[in-house]
Design a protein around this ligand. Structure first.
Ligand code: AMP
Length: 306
């Protein structure tokens, strides 16, 4: 049984960026998360797809070792999301969200899942996130959550209830400002921590990531890339690296959190180099470790001896 469980969306994404477009490509918050986390640890994916979901996508997840035993095929159509980005790739513009099979999804945790020590509530209806958390027999060692403007606007009350019960929240800078109702990011981050989570991770796209944990701030830059094609999935891949690393090392102390923030940034930096999961599919563990070291070099004050 894996140590990490994720509930979230599995989607068919139609995305346009200034550098190209894809139609109905594999996407979804739980998809990117589980694929990214699988570089570090075993992960069970809890979600639903429709009868139209291509079989090759299931094979891809299975091939990477993602445990899809709890990925249910429901009557109806798969969740679909359409979005576009301008030259400022930091902000996705949602063109269309079709919940489809997620509209009536009632996740049921099999008994063996109710004691999993690491739980990630990926971007999905906060009512579902709370429902999954409440089905756990034992409080996991770490519960992390991600959300977005669609739910901040549409399900704020349910979101507030689930936020009160989680340890870590990962959120975009724009969404952090919206959730907190506060334009200053430092104040917004503190305000979100006051809603419950002891650790708040703010993803800032090409500007890196900011973590507020136990009253202290920590920051990492983004890896300087000269080819960014599609930011879709960057946030979920980030979270997959972050939580996947913590689950793999079974540590949630402050140094582990800092290392996890770098691993999250490393995975996200690869995810944006191609559309859908295409870059992650070609990714190797060696590339991850090399880029982790390169992150150290980015901010070291004394030049490293070479
Ligand atoms: P991100 O990692 O933040 O870029 O998230 C991208 C993924 O979120 C896409 O693959 C979408 O399928 C998924 N997504 C978009 N909107 C929603 C939503 N309202 N609920 C759940 N997942 C979504």
């Amino acid at each position: 049984m894996p140590d990490l469980l994720v509930v979230g969306s599995v989607a068919l994404d139609s995305v346009a960026t200034p550098f190209g477009a894809v139609r109905e490509a594999l996407g979804g918050s739980a998809t990117f998360f589980s694929y990214a986390a699988s570089f570090f640890t075993g992960v069970r994916l809890l979600a639903t797809v429709g009868e139209d979901f291509p079989r090759e996508h299931l094979d891809l997840l299975r091939g990477r070792g993602v445990d899809i035993a709890s990925l249910q095929v429901s009557k109806g159509r798969t969740f679909r999301w359409a979005g576009e980005y301008g030259y400022d790739l930091n902000e996705a513009k949602t063109l269309d969200t079709q919940l489809n099979v997620f509209a009536d999804f009632k996740p049921v945790l099999a008994p063996e899942l109710r004691r999993i020590p690491y739980l990630f509530l990926a971007n999905i209806d906060p009512a579902l996130q709370l429902d999954v958390l409440h089905q756990m027999d034992e409080r996991p060692r770490l519960v992390a959550l991600d959300t977005m403007n669609f739910w901040i606007r549409g399900k704020r009350e349910a979101l507030g209830r689930v936020l009160a019960e989680v340890d870590v929240v990962t959120i975009n800078d724009g969404e952090a400002r919206e959730l907190a109702g506060e334009p200053n990011l430092v104040r917004a981050t503190r305000a979100i921590a006051a809603m419950g989570p002891k650790t708040v991770v703010v993803k800032r796209g090409e500007y890196g990531a900011l973590m507020f944990s136990d009253g202290a701030f920590f920051m990492v830059p983004a890896y300087p890339l000269d080819s960014v094609f599609d930011p879709t999935g960057a946030g979920d891949s980030f979270a997959g690296g972050f939580v996947g690393y913590l689950a793999a090392t079974d540590r949630v102390d402050a140094p582990a959190m800092r290392q996890a923030l770098v691993y999250g940034s490393v995975i996200a930096s690869f995810a944006v180099e191609d559309f859908s999961l295409n870059r992650l599919i070609r990714l190797t563990r060696q590339e991850i470790d090399e880029r982790y070291d390169a992150f150290g070099d980015l901010t070291r004050l004394e030049a490293s001896p070479r």
